[in-house]
Design a protein. Structure first.
Length: 582
């Protein structure tokens, strides 16, 4: 008799999604049934672990969604971003198996002339600009009535994401990042395009330190085409196109007057942020920021980082000149000036962690837009911090400095000092993590309520009330650890019905038990689990007041048995022994 196929709702959604061929789905289903794995969440987790599905795909299927995974030949893998204009996904070209980025315009904006113009402007610029330091648009299309564009996918963080991890870059690397961006900008200028939104969010950096400029959604064609620019100007206003913290004075007054030198100014602000870890004018009010760009001189980068060479500081100040005529005349001139001070070097980062943070940031953004799950103002989660930074940066461009475990302070650290040192390390936010969120069934809790994690450095114990517990920095983790050395999804605790296991989820800094690195191993009472660089949690059994631990009960029972045997022996032989060594 053939093994029956899976029949759960998750499996039905998977069958309708087209993510697996019917033959492969049938084969996997039979294998899972033989192993006794049929619960939807168990099936989804296993398929993700075996890289048959991505976490994003599994989550959507568990929500009962089977549509939206394909746009023509492009298969959606992960959600990377969400904003006022549309969605950005990591996708795979099913014809070539190549990984690409896909931007989809929100369906409700198809009739919005300004937003449609911005989307088309970005696509058109990316199609005609062909340069190593510019993200290309590979194709455009429409699927199910939704417009999309296919872009190069860069396996690396934006400069903003890098600064969130490092605070600032070594001056030679910062100069090289700006130099490469300047080369891409010069190509765009030579082709008649002005970017008008140069900022850290729009520079991507790979492991080799190679830089690509992206997002020409606000770009302006200086010659020949004016219709789309007029549409955007009508909806956004001439003075509102750009990001205030990185916007040239003349662009703020009238965006139609922006030229190559305006992009030089934006790149100067970006270089300033990379060198110092903050923008030239870290003010909260966007109008005050715009006014400062027009009337105030920025402080020298050497005031914050004295080892920056004076010629580098001079280059930055020339790029930030109020009068366009006093700046470098071209982006190529900027690249030439920075060349002797630039040093190309590999850049270290955990890309799976960055992808997870982007996905969580996008989900937070969606929740914020729909007002269904507002972000707590005091959350210490790095992904929440990134989400808040993204929204603030879109409006004012400010870069934050912060101490982990505290509310972020934009433009100032927790002590009020601008550009202070690296974030402090906080082991665990015990106010929100004294027990694991979303407890399991009452039966599970009653059987296993005595299992806890105790922070070695002190703090409240954490009760383990779920069969599977995800540990990491991401906002959706069961146990959030706001420590920059901890990956977004770092490790998982799992109870298999007999004992507990700890599994490292390909984290950046590893997981260890009793000081030894582990991939997966069983844990017993007294084991100390190390997460990242500084988090140490001891696995223990504790019971309610008046109730003994299981081991204590075992020892007590053994002792009673031995006492009974001893008394029987005394009675039998009539010897009055003074003591019996139990």
């Amino acid at each position: 008799m053939p093994t029956p196929l899976m029949t759960g709702d998750f499996w039905q959604q998977l069958a309708k999604s087209g993510l697996l061929s019917p033959e492969r789905a049938a084969s996997i289903g039979r294998q899972l049934v033989k192993r006794g794995i049929t619960a939807d969440d168990m099936v989804a987790r296993l398929l993700v672990r075996q890289q048959i599905l991505t976490q994003y795909q599994a989550d959507r299927l568990l929500e009962g969604r089977s549509r939206g995974f394909f746009f023509d030949q492009y298969k959606v893998l992960d959600l990377l971003g969400a904003g006022g204009m549309g969605w950005v996904y990591r996708a795979a070209d099913t014809n070539t198996q190549e990984i690409v980025a896909m931007k989809v315009l929100l369906d409700r904006l198809k009739e919005d002339r300004g937003m449609l113009a911005r989307f088309q402007q970005e696509a058109r610029a990316g199609l005609v600009l062909d340069h190593p330091h510019i993200v290309r648009t590979r194709a455009t299309g429409s699927a199910g009535g939704m417009l999309y564009m296919i872009l190069d996918f860069v396996e690396g963080p934006s400069l903003l994401e890098l600064l969130l991890r490092r605070k600032r870059l070594p001056w030679s690397l910062a100069c090289d990042v700006a130099r490469q961006a300047a080369l891409g900008l010069h190509h765009a200028h030579q082709s008649g395009w002005v970017h008008r939104d140069v900022k850290p969010q729009n520079l991507l950096i790979d492991h080799n330190g190679f830089v690509k400029l992206l997002d020409f959604g606000l770009a302006m064609k200086r010659e020949g085409e004016g219709g789309d620019e007029f549409s955007m100007a009508m909806i956004f206003g001439h003075e509102c196109i750009g990001t205030p913290a990185f916007m040239a004075p003349e662009q703020a007054r009238d965006s139609l007057t922006a030229d190559a030198r305006s992009d030089v100014y934006g790149l100067g602000c970006t270089l300033y942020a990379a060198l110092v870890g903050d923008t030239p004018f870290p003010l909260r009010n966007p109008h005050e920021v715009v006014k400062a760009h027009q009337t105030q001189a920025p402080r020298s980068v050497r005031e914050f980082v004295p080892d920056i060479p004076q010629p580098v500081a001079d280059i930055v100040m020339k790029m930030l000149a109020k009068n366009p005529d006093d700046r470098f005349p071209t982006a190529a001139a900027v690249a030439e000036a920075l060349a002797q001070w630039s040093k190309s070097e590999p850049v270290e980062f955990d890309f799976p962690e960055i992808l997870a943070e982007r996905t969580q940031n996008a989900l937070d953004r969606v929740a914020e837009l729909h007002k269904s799950r507002p972000i707590p103002s005091g959350s210490a989660s790095s992904t929440t911090r990134l989400s808040r930074l993204s929204s603030v940066a879109q409006s004012s461009g400010e870069l934050p400095t912060f101490s982990a475990g505290k509310s972020p302070q934009f433009g100032r650290d927790a002590t009020g000092q601008r550009g202070a040192g690296r974030p402090e390390v906080t082991v665990i936010d015990h106010q929100t993590a004294t027990s694991v969120r979303d407890g399991q069934s009452p039966e599970f809790q009653s059987r296993h309520h005595g299992k806890v994690l105790v922070p070695v450095a002190g703090g409240a114990t954490i009760s383990l009330l779920k069969q599977r517990i995800l540990i990491g920095r991401a906002a959706d983790c069961d146990l959030q650890v706001p420590d920059t050395s901890v990956s977004s999804r770092h490790a998982e605790l799992e109870y298999d019905g007999v004992c507990w296991w700890i599994t490292d989820l390909k984290s950046r800094n590893g997981t260890n038990v009793n000081g030894k690195p582990v991939h997966r191993r069983q844990i017993v009472e007294g084991d100390v689990i190390g997460i990242g660089n500084s988090v140490r949690l001891r696995f223990e059994d504790v019971c309610e007041p008046g109730e003994e631990k299981p081991r204590q009960r075992t020892r007590s029972l053994s002792k009673l048995v031995l006492i009974a045997i001893g008394l029987a022996a005394i009675t039998a032989i009539g010897l009055g022994l003074a003591a019996i060594p139990w």
